[in-house]
Structures are given as C-alpha cells and as structure tokens.
Design a protein around this ligand. Structure first.
Ligand code: PEP
Length: 233
C-alpha cells in the first residue's frame, strides 16, 4: 500500500473536483488516495478519496483575517493538510518553527499533516542537501507527533520536470527515516514529491523508504493522475 497524494495548489473549481472524484470512483487500488485542494473545494464527498487542505493557521480562532484553522478544516470532513510546502516557505516566509506549530495545530484537531521538507538549488549546489533535510525534519515535525506524514520535496525539482537520481532519492529518504526513528517516530510514512508522473511513479515508489508520492501538476487531470495511482499495487 502506497500513499498517493495530489496537491492542486491554486487550481481547479468545484466542478473540476467533482469530475476528478467521479473519474476515481471506480478505480480499484490498495493505495490510499488523497487530494489536497483549495479551501473552497473542501466539503466534497467521496467514498475512496480523502480530502486535505494545503495550509492551516497556527491559531484555532480569533482575529486573523483570511486565515483558516485546523478545527475549521476538520469540520469540512477533510482528513489531511499539507504544511510547509516550498511555495509557503518561499512566498510566505514560513520557517521550520512555523511549520511545526502548524503541524501541531493540525494534529490537535485530528488532521494528519503532510509536512514538507527539501533543499533549494542553492543549498544543493552548496552541498547542504542532507543537512537541510535533517534540520527540516528535526525542526518541522512535532516530537510528540504520532499521526503525521513527511514529504521530501527537492525544491529545485518542483514543477520543473526535473527529478533527483534514484540514488539521491534513496539517500534522502533513508536519512529522513533514520531521523524520524531517532525522534521516536519510526513508521512515519515518507512521500517523495517533485515532477512525479505516470512514467516515473512506479520506479520512484520502488526506492527504499519511499512510501508514496506527493503530486502537483500531474494530479490535476484524471488522465494524468490515474496512471500514477495504478502504477503500483
Ligand atoms: C508539489 O508542488 O508538491 C509538486 C510535487 O509539484 P509537481 O509535481 O508539479 O512538481
């Protein structure tokens, strides 16, 4: 069983989501399928696809105009929320510290946070990939977390049609698994994300410690997303 999570980013409509859920309704798979969609689309219903949000406030309620809290997300029936996506880190200045607070808020409301970590191109070129990944995990994942998913997303590869080599993915995922075990969180699923598509999904998910994928662009259309879901048993 793998976890196949889509991240629609700021794309789509309620009708597009209904179309996707309809297309996924009869897919036979052992994999857990999740779609993280804009807040406006949460509340859609599906028997076989769980919904998630893409961000969450650190606060539960109050004078925080424009923010959406974990209890509100849970109230829609959603089960997951992405936290610390590279676009939140890049455009909204989210640090590991903020990401950990968001993850804790999600957990407190019964949501499973999908906590993203990964290196930029500058960090990769400076030979800091492993250090950034390890500090990302240690500082972004709440230490008492029992119900979390971590996603390794090399930031330079997202939406770029680029992927690390299988050896690089294996090294990153082994480090994440070992770091989580050291934190007392062994067994936490670790997803790979960045430029996953039908043509590379099975190979990526055959790598050690890759428990599934987080998919951006290729999760928007059934014709692109279904081959990823069915690429592994
Ligand atoms: C993402 O943004 O989480 C992502 C993985 O994007 P893409 O698949 O388009 O690279």
């Amino acid at each position: 069983m793998k976890i196949i999570a889509g991240n629609w980013k700021m794309n789509g409509t309620r009708a597009a989501l209904e179309n996707m859920l309809h297309a996924l309704r009869d897919i036979v798979t052992n994999n857990r399928v999740i779609l993280c969609v804009p807040f406006t689309m949460l509340g859609a219903r599906s028997e076989n696809v769980a919904l998630g949000a893409q961000d969450v406030s650190t606060h539960d309620h109050g004078a925080f105009t424009g923010e959406v809290s974990a209890p509100m997300i849970a109230d829609t029936g959603a089960k997951y929320v992405i936290v610390g996506h590279s676009e939140r880190r890049m455009y909204h200045g989210e640090t590991n510290d903020i990401v950990r607070q968001k993850a804790a808020a999600a957990i407190a409301s019964g949501l499973t946070p999908i906590i993203c970590v990964g290196e930029t191109m500058d960090e990769k070129q400076a030979g800091k990939t492993m250090a950034i990944i390890e500090s990302g995990v240690r500082e972004s994942v709440p230490t008492d977390a029992r119900n979390v998913i971590v996603a390794y997303e090399p930031r330079w590869a997202i939406g770029a049609g680029l992927t690390p080599t299988a050896t690089e993915i294996a090294a990153a995922h082994t480090l994440i698994a070992n770091t989580l075990a050291d934190m007392g969180l062994d067994g936490t699923p670790v997803l790979y994300g960045a430029s996953v598509k039908g043509a590379n999904a099975a190979e990526i998910m055959s790598i050690a410690h890759v428990d599934g994928v987080l998919v951006g662009g290729a999760s928007l259309k059934p014709d692109d997303f279904i081959p990823i879901i069915t690429s592994v048993k």
